[in-house]
Design a protein around this ligand. Structure first.
Ligand code: GLN
Length: 537
């Protein structure tokens, strides 16, 4: 089969769930026996989101190959359960970087380099790379931003050209729009959708399908109206009402026969009947009334929950597996820097300190780990959360508050967390951390080994600093166990405390590999410990 391309654009406003739509459609097609990959085209000039503030962009999601990507890639992987690669997130910055490098090398000698064709050709080349590098038969391509933005124009022009390149049967355009509700009259309005489709048409793209996102059910007359004004069949207008559970969306779209319509239009058949049973069982477990537990998530970007998207998802997945409803208490780390912290933490059943960068709020996080250790509250530290757990423990052993990571105090007399020699001379900040999948050997008889039930695992990393080996002996003597090590034993990947119900930190980010029906073993072990503490209380 020739590669089938499905292009998703957004209209009216951003954040209407294009990413989840693409992810869910991917699932519909995977259920029909096809290999699917999903690509996100981001119109900003940054080469990747790695150097952007989480306040701007939410979480940076990391892939196996170390690519630092948009958080939509997390939705894609969780829904289609396929490991994606770096070509699956393209930014305008990457495209220009490549074209300018070629120009400097002299690859276009004699030519004037222009948006069309040089930039658009490079964009199309990158779209083509997805099938080549992943083996996908169907490639879903989502363009970030909203139609009408100046900066997404070259991407849209590339998509327009793709239909000519790959043919009508191999290309399909979906436009996701927002249908607002006017409170005063209680009506849903289709006018913004009409306008945004007109805008898309003026660029030369006629949508084959419209996803009408709305907070309220979209009535039949409204579907008729959108179909009429936007020149698509009524079957191709798919209402998608806001839901508090993203995992319902594939079933909603299945019910609306989206998968069948897409395949009919692109002229290919299902290889198998979709089997939604496991997915439905997962949803039923999610919806089931379960005892609640509360986990404090102590971070510095807590105002924006998207900054911790994968952590939140992983906790939810583990909750389904363990049979509890994990509620997150979002706590800003700076709140814990002064005064009593028990007013914030006394009621919680578990404490989680996720990844982070920069000094702000770290002392608050350190106090949270201390509170967890002293009060025997289950603790899970992710990356920075592991480093600070080690700092706090070492402060107690040394009896010295100056113990620190050199990230926060380069002059500390006790650098328990420090740069590895290979990171010392790096001056560029972008893409130079320890990134992507690394092996980790589990030490027998530890909490980590027990949780995983195996000896060797591979986990995704994104950090610069590491546990300083000079302190390993003293930490171990005091009761810390290094339950996960790199195979050459040079790097500590997991640390845990023996004399505690559950106090464990990982140098990697297990949250990136958690899936809704395959919760991550360490999150499961943590949530189990949380449940236990709760039932004893
Ligand atoms: N800032 C720390 C480091 O670079 C931790 C990074 C993280 O939590 N992802 O090592």
């Amino acid at each position: 089969m020739e590669t089938k391309y499905i292009f998703i654009t957004g209209g009216v406003l951003s954040s209407v769930g294009k990413g989840v739509t693409g992810a869910a459609l991917g699932r519909l097609l995977k259920e029909r026996g096809y290999q699917v990959a999903i690509q996100k085209l981001d119109p900003y000039i940054n080469v990747d989101p790695g150097t952007m503030s989480p306040y701007q962009h939410g979480e940076v999601y990391v892939l196996d190959d170390g690519a630092e990507t948009d958080l939509d890639l997390g939705h894609y992987e969780r829904f289609i359960d396929t490991s994606l690669n770096q070509v699956c997130n393209v930014t305008t910055g990457q495209v220009y970087e490549e074209v300018i490098a070629k120009e400097r090398r002299g690859d276009y000698l004699g030519g004037t380099i222009q948006v069309i064709p040089h930039i658009t050709n490079e964009m199309k080349r990158r779209i083509g790379l997805v099938a080549k590098t992943t083996g996908a038969e169907i490639v879903i391509v989502e363009v970030g931003g909203t139609v009408g933005d100046i900066e997404s124009l070259p991407f849209l022009e590339s998509l327009r050209q793709m239909r000519g390149d790959v043919g009508r049967e191999n290309s399909f355009y979906i436009h996701v729009t927002w249908v607002p509700h006017i409170g005063a009259t209680g009506e849903l309005k289709t006018k913004p959708t009409q306008h945004s489709v007109r805008e898309l048409r003026s660029i030369g793209i006629s949508p084959d399908m419209i996803i009408a996102r709305s907070d309220y059910p979209v009535a039949e007359e409204l579907r008729d109206k959108i179909a009429l004004f936007c020149d698509v069949e009524k079957r191709a207008v798919i209402p998608m009402v806001t839901t508090d559970n993203l995992y319902e969306i594939p079933l909603t779209l299945e019910k609306a026969q989206m998968g069948d319509f897409v395949m009919e239009r692109m002229n290919f058949q299902a290889r198998q009947e979709p089997d939604w049973q496991p997915w439905k069982e997962m949803l039923a477990k999610m919806r089931q009334e379960k005892p609640g537990v509360e986990v404090a998530l102590v971070g510095k970007y807590v105002e924006l929950h998207d900054a911790y998207m994968s952590v939140r998802e992983a906790l939810q997945h583990a909750g389904i597996e363990v049979g509890v409803d994990v509620q997150i208490k979002w706590i800003h780390s700076s709140l814990l820097e002064k005064g009593s912290i028990s007013e914030h933490l006394a009621s919680v059943d578990g404490i989680l300190v996720p990844g982070g960068f920069g000094e702000r709020g770290t002392e608050g996080k350190i106090r949270a780990t201390q509170y967890a250790r002293e009060n025997k509250i289950p603790y899970l530290g992710l990356c920075l959360g592991m480093q600070l757990m080690v700092v706090e423990f070492a402060r107690q052993i040394q009896g010295d508050e100056r113990v620190n990571s050199t990230e926060f105090n380069p002059q500390t007399p006790h650098p328990v967390i420090d740069l590895m020699p290979d990171q010392r001379d790096i001056t560029d900040m972008g893409g130079t951390m320890r990134l992507g999948l690394y092996p980790c050997q589990l030490q027998t008889g530890t909490v980590a080994a027990q949780a995983y039930g195996t000896h060797l695992v591979h986990e995704r990393h994104r950090h610069r600093f590491e546990l300083n080996n000079a302190y390993r002996d003293i930490l171990e003597e005091a009761g810390m166990r290094f339950s996960g090590l790199s195979p050459d034993k040079r790097l500590v990947e997991i640390a845990e405390l023996a004399d505690h119900p559950f106090m464990l930190g990982t140098q990697f980010h297990p949250e990136f590999l958690s899936r809704p029906y395959r919760a991550h073993p360490l999150f499961v072990a943590f949530v189990e410990a949380v449940k236990e503490v709760r039932s004893e209380a």
